[in-house]
Design a binder for this molecule. Structure first.
Ligand SMILES: Cc1ncc(COP(=O)(O)O)c(C=O)c1O
Length: 455
């Protein structure tokens, strides 16, 4: 006899608690609290094992682009499955990866012509760091061994990407293991370290990066930055002038610019890439998350021809880039990525966002009147709602209150999946979200914040 949905849930939940260890999760809490078990999805919705439907308000952690089970991407993955699921990229190549490299080079900011594949955002950044480092050495610039990053930055969880991470909560415990990066002030306008406001400040926060470059310029191989939004720190949206100013400073000091577009890439800011939106061309660019439309793990590090050329030489010189992963350029993932780009063209996804983004912006205004909302930040379809105990003094909620988590539980009751970043509630819906769903997402976020602040 088939178990009832309730029995099935309890069996699965018990088995999860017995064997699974979830990411970024205090498992003691996990073991005590109920959690949805997602069984299937369609469009902008997820369905749990009891059949309850949830609007996917965070694009399944910032990956889903055109909705779940998009027929075009489903078909592309199925067709590729009928050919080959995996073949190594060491010593061999395959059509989807070849075609995808050309398409990525075609849509990337000017100059990024080379594509090196991997399988997640952390490795895409790690590869950019290693490429920059090796490039410098092969050009005889042996003193340029350091990296400049920003406070509040997040570039992933591998040791190299953690070394350039600036979120103490995630990163400080690992400090003894990390390489010594330089950290400049973060462009966090709501809590501006200089207590100034944009545009009157003239992006004064960039001075911190500038003075580090003046002092250490000749030791720095590259700067790594999340363009336009420091996402994992709580969707810290900053002005394009800051990014353009950083590009100019890099050029002046002969420093490479690595843009980490893992979160911002593939339409999230309303443009294909945040760098393109700001009119900035980096020397290296890391892509992952939305690259496959949210279907399969794939990442790419794009590089200029100049960087690529410095790795060429006679075999016995050993200038090759000694880096690779077993699933580098997995064909199923590349097929999904190609279909993802096709859907952008066929459904005119970016053009359609032209009206959705202002709608989201106007609905978000209502949140500003909620007592515990300190700041509402938006860049395209990326939104951060910073909760505070007192909006005049900007006092933060202590961690033990778990205010973000309480909001998420309220939203879940109302059929919307959200995910907090500390005291910041993130909204990052799939680009396929409809105007009515935008209204619902914002309504539920508002109700949930109000409910969590009352109990
Ligand atoms: C800007 C940025 N870089 C890198 C990463 C790491 O990506 P992954 O989780 O795929 O390793 C993330 C993940 O959130 C990110 O937001």
């Amino acid at each position: 006899m088939k178990p009832t949905p309730r029995l099935r849930y309890s069996r699965l939940a018990a088995a999860d608690r017995r064997h699974v260890w979830h990411p970024f999760t205090q498992m003691r809490n996990w073991e005590r609290e109920p959690f949805p078990i997602i069984e299937r999805a369609r469009g902008n919705y997820l369905f749990d094992v009891s059949g309850k439907r949830y609007l996917d308000g965070v694009s399944s952690l910032w990956v889903t682009v055109h909705g779940h089970r998009h027929p075009r991407i489903d078909a592309a993955v199925a067709a590729q499955l009928g050919r080959v699921a995996h073949t190594t990229f060491l010593g061999l190549s395959h059509p989807p990866a070849i075609e995808l490299a050309g398409r990525l080079a075609g849509i990337a900011p000017r100059g990024l012509n080379r594509v090196f594949y991997s399988d997640n955002g952390s490795t895409a950044v790690e590869i950019a760091l290693k490429m920059a480092f090796q490039h410098r050495r092969q050009r005889g610039e042996r003193r340029r061994t350091r990296f400049l990053a920003f406070r509040n930055s997040y570039h992933g969880d591998t040791i190299g990407s953690v070394s350039v991470g600036g979120i103490d909560l995630f990163h400080s415990i690992f400090r003894p293991l990390l390489f010594d990066a330089l950290f400049a002030e973060s462009p966090y306008c709501y809590r501006c370290p200089a207590k100034r406001s944009y545009p009157a400040c003239g992006t004064a926060c960039l001075e911190s990066a500038e003075s580090l470059m003046k002092k250490h310029g000749r030791e720095i191989a590259a700067v790594v930055v999340e363009p336009l939004v420091q996402a994992a720190a709580g969707m810290l949206v900053y002005p394009a002038d800051f990014l353009r100013g950083l590009r100019d400073l890099c050029a002046k000091h002969g420093i490479l610019l690595i843009a980490d577009e893992v979160a911002t890439g593939f339409g999230r800011t309303g443009a294909m890439f945040a760098c393109g939106k700001a009119g900035v061309s980096p020397d290296l660019m890391a892509l992952a998350k939305g690259i496959t439309g949210g279907y399969l793990p794939l990442a790419a590090t794009l590089a200029t021809e100049e960087i690529y050329e410095s790795f060429k030489g006679r075999h016995e010189e050993f200038r090759a880039f000694f880096h690779g992963h077993t699933y580098t350029a997995n064909p199923l993932a590349c097929a999904a990525a190609l279909a993802n780009l096709d859907v952008f063209e066929e459904e005119k996804t970016l053009e359609r966002l032209g009206s959705r983004i202002p709608r989201l912006a106007s609905r978000l205004q209502e949140l500003r009147n909620v007592r515990i909302v300190g700041d509402v930040r938006q860049e395209g379809m990326m939104v951060g709602i910073e909760l505070v105990k007192n909006s005049r003094t900007k006092t933060v909620h202590p961690p033990k209150e778990r205010i973000g988590h309480r909001v998420v539980l309220e939203a879940r009751k109302r059929g919307v999946i959200l995910r907090p970043l500390g005291n910041v509630i993130v909204l990052m819906p799939p680009l396929s979200i409809t105007p009515r769903e935008i209204d619902r997402l914002v309504d539920v976020a508002k109700e949930s914040i109000e409910a969590a602040s009352e109990n």
